[in-house]
Design a protein around this ligand. Structure first.
Ligand code: ZN
Length: 433
């Protein structure tokens, strides 16, 4: 029997075949809708020699051209738009790392679909109408806060919308309202845990679950947050503004991977260099194609997020497929002495060392000899003495060389030395430029 007894928001499919039939129908609709209503896509598809009638099976997806973040910027301020302005009821935007921000528009139906997907996330995390959900992610132009709130209200739980920061108010409401679920970035959740510990509030909380979005986090950070807030489950919610926002998947209580909503979008994993699809289990870039999105549909949109498809079904019995955690962004990669490194790989190595905390920084320098040097700054855990500094530093150097084939120095600091933030922590400092 599947774990998810309550399936109000789950798709009405029981097998991969039924899911694929649903996907083919959605893909056909998206292609026709985009071709007929979006000047951007019509031009792009015509250039590729593709008409909507050419689509016969899901295998034909790989013949469609990619869409990229650069396309969104060139088509600014209403990229990919495929409906008249009368039908657009909201916009959200995310910061572009270079150039213009990405603005995405939504129809009434898009917002309803997003709320439904987000309610499904909460359902998958085992929430009910009895839950009280304290929302400590950003509101406004960003998709985060309002997404968390819409889904919560759709499910029928109680939303406590606070936004990030405001530690005193967060503590007050956690205690007074007995919030059962806390939603935040991993950095904010850690900060909250440390604040709860400092104020000695742990025994007065009713928290059971933390739902974390928008930021990659390490296993050791997870352990620390669980311990400080006294919660049983941490859930990972992926999402990007181009694809509605957060809420497009969630790991279930088995935590074997992230179930993604394959009835709303198709996920492909490609090799970012060759652009060819990679087999399940292999890491690559996520490419998404939406199946119902009206205002700004996505056709093979390159997200830059790195993960892999997990080939085996989840033991919970839910037929929605799994992808791994987001292991980083292809833009986050840096190169030291000809070795490609993703911050996620450093997270993983450091998480295996019990004497250090979850916070760290990577500093990259080019010295007079013209070579690159990497220094890792980490904190000792409470209760570990300074006399261990040298042993810990040696282990970090050894483990990084063993796993990543790169040499690094380690600097061991007192607990609490590195900066904490309520948004996303900056971890890599490249002083070479
Ligand atoms: Zn599952």
């Amino acid at each position: 029997m599947a774990d998810d007894m309550n399936r109000t928001f789950m798709p009405n499919v029981d097998s991969p075949e039924e899911l694929q039939a649903l996907q083919l129908e959605g893909l056909r609709w998206t292609l026709r809708h985009s071709y007929e209503n979006s000047p951007f896509y019509r031009k792009r598809l015509q250039e590729a020699g593709i008409s909507p009638d050419d689509l016969r099976s899901l295998e034909d997806l790989v013949r469609l051209p990619f869409t990229t973040a650069e396309d969104l910027q060139e088509d600014y301020p209403f990229p990919l738009r495929a409906v008249p302005f009368d039908e657009i009821v909201r916009i959200h935007a995310s910061s572009g790392t270079t150039g213009k921000r990405k603005v995405l528009c939504y129809t009434q139906r898009d917002l309803a679909d997003w709320a439904h997907m987000f309610a499904r996330c909460y359902e998958m995390a085992g929430l009910s109408q009895q839950d009280r959900v304290q929302i400590a992610v950003g509101y406004g132009l960003w998709t985060a806060g309002v997404g968390f709130q819409l889904g919560c209200e759709k499910l029928g739980a109680m939303a406590v919308p606070i936004g990030p920061g405001n530690m005193a108010m967060q503590c007050e409401l956690l205690v007074d309202l007995q919030s059962t679920v806390f939603c935040a970035t991993a950095s904010m959740a850690l900060l909250m845990g440390e604040e709860v510990q400092r104020r000695n509030l742990q025994d007065r909380l009713a928290l059971k679950k933390v739902i974390m979005g928008a930021e990659r986090h390490s296993e050791s950070m997870d352990r620390r947050i669980k311990e400080l807030l006294g919660v049983e489950h941490l859930f990972d919610i992926p999402g990007l503004t181009e694809l509605y926002g957060p809420g497009t998947g969630l790991d279930c209580g088995r935590h074997e991977g992230i179930h993604y909503w394959a009835d709303y979008y198709i996920l492909e994993i490609i090799d970012p260099d060759t652009l060819e699809p990679v087999p399940p289990g292999q890491m690559g870039e996520m490419v998404v194609t939406t199946l119902r999105k009206e205002a700004a549909p996505l056709i093979r949109y390159r997200t830059r997020d790195l993960t892999r498809l997990l080939p085996q079904p989840c033991s919970c019995g839910n037929p929605l497929p799994l992808h791994d955690r987001i292991l980083g962004r292809s833009d986050d990669m840096f190169i030291v002495r000809a070795v490609n490194i993703y911050p996620g790989q450093i997270d993983h190595v450091l998480s295996q060392i019990p004497e250090i905390g979850s916070e760290y920084q990577v500093h990259l320098e080019r010295k007079q000899d013209g070579r690159d040097y990497m220094t890792i700054r980490v904190e000792r855990r409470l209760g570990i003495g300074t006399e261990q500094n040298e042993t810990i530093a040696r282990r970090i150097t050894r483990d990084l060389r063993g796993r990543l084939l790169v040499s690094a120095d380690a600097e061991i600091l007192d607990q609490g030395t590195l900066p904490r933030t309520e948004r996303k922590s900056k971890r890599v400092f490249d002083h070479r430029k």
